[in-house]
Design a protein around this ligand. Structure first.
Ligand SMILES: [Fe+2]
Ligand SMILES: [Fe+2]
Length: 406
């Protein structure tokens, strides 16, 4: 039976304070291992500028080289959807039924423990080690203990303090502010040198726009696997159509990649992208058919999380679910690529491909709107008025002999 410590976090980036804390606890409690459990997709940090999980995981691997008993746990990285500690403990217990798990928790997190998802399952599955932070008042320490008791947790107080005067936020700020360059970080004892080099090489924390590689890495952990593959397919198809119809290929690729980024957005995350439940309800069409809402929500996520500022790209993402009366060529391409990308299988998709090939984008939009409307009628649901408008407008353009087929 091994005694295993769990140090969870966003690790953006991992720093010397995390490592010092893990080593102190390992020695104090005689732990065999301390797992750095990377929160790949933390539900409370959706809109803030979180670095893609794979890059954070790589920094942990680099940081822990040569530190005995400390290792990366990428369980949450491999599990689609949001990351919750209770799910992780359940998975660890299933894989290592003979081991004992100790969840290392700081006073600030402990205070909020009773509100964590499935806290009963979590406290039943592991013990806790409470670590004070430098400068903690007696009141916060008392509150943390009370919260652990309220949550029914079995816990131990650590004698060690997390002494490292370091925080991930201060590192990000130091890199972002022109005054401190990344190369200076190791001298200040903030991060291991290999992590510092990685930050520099990948231009992290400088407030630069997300690269396509970063967006892909992030979508892989946010979207369900099928949705992720579909998004890559739409990006590729949008680029192909853009080339064919003379639209900016880069814009088409970006809009295609991000067109479904508003899927799987929970209420909690809406708050983090600055939307209230009322705003959500007020999203046009959201009250008619919940399936269409990820279009306009996706445009907001693309802007606030991925830093997309191009109004044409945002418009194409917003309109891809319903279509609209007025659509730019880029809007049309994203709308259609959603149907014609190579992973879509079935008669409907083959028909849209055929109509697009033979009669152009407007005919293909009219056809797909017709099919959508028929389906909605069959289901007895309300039709989003924008789909009707998109259909009528496409029909007009399709039948205008002098309209150049784009
Ligand atoms: Fe979609
Ligand atoms: Fe889609």
């Amino acid at each position: 039976m091994a005694k295993i410590g769990i140090l969870g976090g966003t690790f953006d980036p991992v720093h010397n304070g995390h490592i010092a804390c893990a080593e102190q606890i390992r020695d104090e409690f005689g732990l065999d291992r301390v797992l750095f459990v990377l929160s790949a997709n933390p539900p409370h940090k959706f809109a803030s500028d979180v670095t893609p999980a794979r890059l954070r995981a790589r920094m942990i691997e680099l940081a822990l080289e040569g530190h005995e008993g400390l290792c990366l746990c990428d369980l949450e990285l491999r599990r689609p959807g949001y990351s919750y500690s209770a799910d992780t403990i359940a998975e660890l217990l299933e894989t290592y039924p003979d081991d004992e798990f100790y969840y290392i928790i700081g006073t600030d997190a402990a205070v909020r423990l009773p509100d964590w998802k499935n806290v009963e399952a979590l406290t039943a599955g592991c013990s806790f080690i409470l670590v004070k932070r430098p400068g903690d008042s007696p009141e916060i320490a008392e509150k943390a203990v009370a919260a652990l008791e309220k949550a029914g947790a079995k816990f131990f107080n650590s004698r060690s303090e997390n002494l490292a005067d370091v925080s991930s936020t201060s590192i990000r700020e130091a890199v972002r502010e022109a005054g401190i360059i990344c190369e200076e970080l190791p001298e200040k004892g903030l991060v291991p040198e290999a992590v510092c080099r990685f930050i520099g090489k990948n231009n992290l924390y400088k407030g630069l726009p997300w690269t396509e590689e970063m967006i892909v890495a992030d979508l892989r952990s946010v979207l369900k696997p099928g949705r992720f593959i579909h998004s890559l397919g739409v990006a590729e198809e949008a680029e192909r159509l853009a080339e064919k119809y003379g639209v900016d290929r880069k814009k088409a690729r970006l809009a295609g990649l991000l067109h479904d980024c508003g899927k799987n957005v929970s209420e909690g995350q809406l708050v983090w992208i600055g939307m209230t439940k009322n705003d959500f309800a007020a999203v046009p069409g959201g009250n008619v058919n919940v399936r269409v809402i990820h279009g306009p929500v996706g445009a907001i996520v693309a802007e606030r999380r991925y830093g997309v500022t191009d109004p044409e790209v945002l418009s194409a993402i917003a309109k891809h679910t319903t279509g609209a009366a007025e659509m730019t060529l880029l809007d049309k391409i994203i709308f259609l690529a959603d149907y014609t990308e190579k992973n879509r299988k079935g008669e409907l998709f083959d028909n849209v491909r055929r109509v697009l090939d033979r009669r152009g984008p407007d005919a293909a939009i009219r056809y797909s709107c017709d099919e959508t409307i028929k389906l909605i009628l069959k289901r007895g649901e309300q039709i989003d008025i924008r789909t009707v408008e998109a259909r009528n407008s496409a029909l007009e353009l399709e039948n205008k002999p002098d309209t150049p087929q784009v």
